[in-house]
Write a protein that binds this ligand. Structure first.
Ligand code: TYD
Length: 208
């Protein structure tokens, strides 16, 4: 692993249910901070192949296989993109990180936080996000924002699944308030972006 220095960058994750607007906000925040913008699953060449397995029309993975494939994508993402950037002093904004696995696989798929935690620790090499931002929107608004577009395998899960994911996110943020900030995602894009930027500055300051 790359040697850690005093000028190490910070890792910020945007999290939330499908349709919460986090991809837009992650891009805006990345640009505003001059940070590296990345996403999961699929932002490396290997990860793109894993994403196709996870979300494409092929055979559905079992819940544990899904969790392991998400973890494999994350391991590659950390090793290839995130860790080198942080070690070089750059800040990184990622659209989804370990919080997504806790919300979707531990809660949504009911695999449980205790089962997932060691898998994610291994996958990330122990790299936790300095700050995860949960964009909270009611389920009806998230569905409306997704519109009529063809749902992928996870978007196509029923309302009970998505309710568990949302509850998982709320619980994650409640149980670790030092590492999570909750931002109301219902306002217009500019207002949400300002709230996200304010949360980041309050918790982490600005890139040096
Ligand atoms: P995302 O790329 O955010 O969706 P989209 O491109 O459609 O906006 O994420 C794809 C799906 O993967 C999303 O439904 C959440 C899911 N996911 C998990 O279930 N676990 C994970 O660990 C990650 C990173 C994503």
């Amino acid at each position: 692993m790359t040697e850690r220095t005093g000028s190490r960058g910070r890792l910020i994750a945007l999290e939330g249910v499908d349709g919460c607007g986090k991809s837009t906000q992650a891009r805006l925040l990345g640009a505003q901070l001059g940070a590296l913008y990345t996403f999961e699953p699929g932002d490396t060449e290997l990860g793109a192949a894993v994403r196709a397995l996870l979300l494409g029309p092929g055979p559905a993975p079992s819940a544990r296989t899904e969790a392991l494939l998400m973890a494999a994508d994350r391991a590659q993402h950390v090793d290839e993109l995130i860790e080198p950037a942080l070690a070089g002093g750059q800040w990184v904004v990622t659209d989804r990180y370990s919080g997504s696995s806790f919300a979707y696989q531990a809660w949504g798929r009911r695999l449980g936080v205790a089962a997932l935690a060691p898998v994610l620790e291994f996958a990330t090499g122990g790299l936790a996000a300095d700050l995860s931002i949960l964009l909270e929107v009611p389920a009806a608004l998230a569905r409306e924002r997704l519109g009529g577009s063809d749902p992928d395998r996870l978007e196509g899960q029923g309302p009970d699944f998505h309710a568990r994911v949302a509850e998982g996110y709320r619980e994650l943020a409640r149980s670790d308030p030092d590492r999570w900030a909750v931002v109301d995602g219902t306002a217009d894009i500019g207002a949400v972006a300002e709230a996200v930027a304010a949360a980041v500055e309050f918790r982490l300051g600005r890139p040096g």
